[in-house]
Ligand binder design. Structure first.
Ligand SMILES: Cc1cc2nc3c(=O)[nH]c(=O)nc-3n(C[C@H](O)[C@H](O)[C@H](O)COP(=O)(O)OP(=O)(O)OC[C@H]3O[C@@H](n4cnc5c(N)ncnc54)[C@H](O)[C@@H]3O)c2cc1C
Length: 294
C-alpha cells in the first residue's frame, strides 16, 4: 500500500501545531479536511510528505464566534457548519451561499473554508464569498499572529502568501452585514459532467435609500487568482441601485477580466454572457437584501 506521509500529527493547540511544523523544517504540510490535498497527493500531483499536521482538531478552532466587530471562523470549521450557521446566513449571506455549492455533502462535511482560501485556486467558491465580505485571515507562525486581507493572500493559481509547510491559517473573519447592507453569491455550472465552474460571482452592497454607498464585488475564475473586483465596486459606488447602474458595472467587469475558452468550462462568449446575465441579478439581490428603495 502506498503511504502518503510518514507521520500524522493532530495537535490540540496552535502552539503544538507550529512546534510540529518547525520540527520538520519545511518537510511537513498543514491539512484541513484533506478534500484538496489528499486528492492531489493520490493523483501523484504532490510527493509524499514527511509529516502531516492536521489543523482541523485544534481546540477552540472548530467554532464560529462573534467578537465586537466580526464574525470569526476557526480553521477547523467545515463548509457545512458555515452553511448551517444562522448568523452567517443572515449577516454573511454570500459566504453561506458560496460554501453551500462546494462539492456534495461529504465534501462540505470535511472541507474547510480555511483550506479553500489556503489552497488559493482562482475558482475557490468559499474564497470568492469571503472576498466580497472583505474578509481577513489570521496567519500564525513562529513569529506570532498577523491578520491579512484575504485578497492579499492570493499570489497565483494554487499559490498563497501562507507558507503551508510552516504556517497555519488559524482564523478567518469578516464584518457582518448590518442595517442597509446585503450580500449575494451565484455560481454558473455545467448541469452534468465534469463540475468545473463557468463563473462564480459575489457582491456586498451598502445602500442609503436608493444610493449605493459602499460595494465589494468578487469573481472567479477570471485570472490567476480569485478577483477582488475593485474597478467594478468603484463603478457602483455613488450611483443608484438600478438595473442601468448594474449594466455599467457589468461593462467594467468584462473590460477587466480574461474569460478564456475552456473545453471543461465553456466558450469565452458563453462565459461573458453569464457575467452579463448573472452579475445584475447578484447585485439586485444584494441591494434588495440591503433594503434598497427602488
Ligand atoms: C469532489 C470534490 C468536489 C469539490 N467541489 C468544490 C467546489 O465546488 N468548489 C470549491 O471551491 N472547491 C471544491 N472542492 C475542493 C475542496 O473541497 C475545497 O477547496 C475545500 O474547501 C478544501 O478544504 P480542505 O479543508 O479539505 O483543504 P485541504 O485539502 O486540507 O487543504 C487544501 C490546501 O490548503 C492547505 N491548508 C488547509 N488548511 C490549512 C490551514 N489551516 N492553514 C494553512 N494551510 C492550510 C493545505 O496544505 C493544502 O495546500 C472539491 C473537492 C472535491 C474532492
Amino acid at each position: 500500500m502506498v503511504s502518503y506521509w510518514k507521520h500524522y500529527h493532530t495537535p490540540e493547540t496552535v502552539e503544538e501545531a507550529i512546534a510540529a511544523l518547525r520540527g520538520y523544517d519545511g518537510r511537513a504540510r498543514v491539512i484541513g479536511g484533506g478534500t484538496d490535498l489528499l486528492v492531489e497527493t493520490r493523483r501523484g500531483l504532490r510527493r509524499p510528505f514527511e509529516a502531516i499536521v492536521d489543523a482541523s482538531r485544534i481546540a477552540g478552532l472548530n467554532t464560529i464566534e462573534r467578537d465586537p466587530q466580526h464574525i470569526v471562523i476557526g480553521c477547523g470549521v467545515t463548509h457545512t457548519q458555515i452553511v448551517n450557521d444562522p448568523n452567517i446566513q443572515r449577516h454573511g449571506a454570500c459566504l453561506s451561499e458560496s460554501c453551500g455549492v462546494i462539492g456534495g455533502p461529504q465534501v462540505r462535511n470535511a472541507g474547510t473554508l480555511a483550506g479553500n482560501v489556503a489552497h488559493a485556486l482562482p475558482a475557490g467558491d468559499g474564497s470568492i464569498g469571503l472576498l466580497a465580505l472583505a474578509g481577513e485571515v489570521e496567519i500564525t507562525s513562529t513569529a506570532g499572529r498577523r491578520w491579512v486581507a484575504a485578497k492579499d493572500t492570493f499570489v497565483g493559481p494554487g499559490k498563497s502568501v501562507i507558507d503551508r509547510h510552516r504556517e497555519v491559517l488559524t482564523r478567518l473573519r469578516f464584518k457582518p452585514t448590518g442595517t442597509g447592507e446585503g450580500s449575494a453569491f451565484h455560481r454558473v455550472m455545467r448541469p452534468q459532467g465534469l463540475c468545473l465552474p463557468i463563473i462564480s460571482m459575489a457582491a456586498r452592497l451598502t445602500v442609503d435609500g436608493d444610493r449605493i454607498v459602499a460595494a465589494n464585488v468578487s469573481m472567479g475564475p477570471v485570472g490567476p487568482v480569485p478577483w477582488f473586483a475593485e474597478p467594478v465596486a468603484q463603478a457602483l459606488i455613488g450611483g443608484p441601485a438600478t438595473d442601468a447602474q448594474y449594466e455599467k458595472a457589468v461593462d467594467v467587469a468584462l473590460s477587466n477580466v480574461t474569460l478564456r475558452t475552456s473545453k471543461y468550462r465553456a466558450t469565452e462568449e458563453y462565459r461573458r454572457t453569464m457575467v452579463r446575465t448573472y452579475l445584475p441579478i447578484i447585485l439586485a439581490t444584494a441591494a434588495e437584501r440591503a433594503g434598497a428603495k427602488r
